[in-house]
Design a protein around this ligand. Structure first.
Ligand code: F3S
Length: 73
């Protein structure tokens, strides 16, 4: 169940690599030296490590949003 959404301002990434070091489950370094997230929709169990990655980013280009409940009827 994806409860959180990750946004990565990739143009602003300076390739420091701390996101991939702290959260290799969801962050990897691409051939161009910038990071890529493996998925943008994450659940509660993946939140902490992605928060650690976001907080470690020196240029603050990783953002995490809580998804709001969608009313179906
Ligand atoms: Fe880039 Fe920040 Fe990760 S600079 S490599 S998104 S920690």
């Amino acid at each position: 169940m994806a409860e959180y959404k990750i946004e990565h301002d990739r143009p602003g990434c300076i390739g420091c690599g701390s996101c991939a070091a702290l959260c290799p489950n969801n962050w990897e370094m691409a051939d161009d030296g910038k990071a890529d997230e493996k998925k943008q929709d994450i659940g509660e169990s993946e939140l902490k490590e992605n928060m650690d990655a976001a907080q470690s980013c020196p240029v603050n280009v990783i953002h995490i949003f809580e998804k709001s409940e969608k009313k179906l009827i």
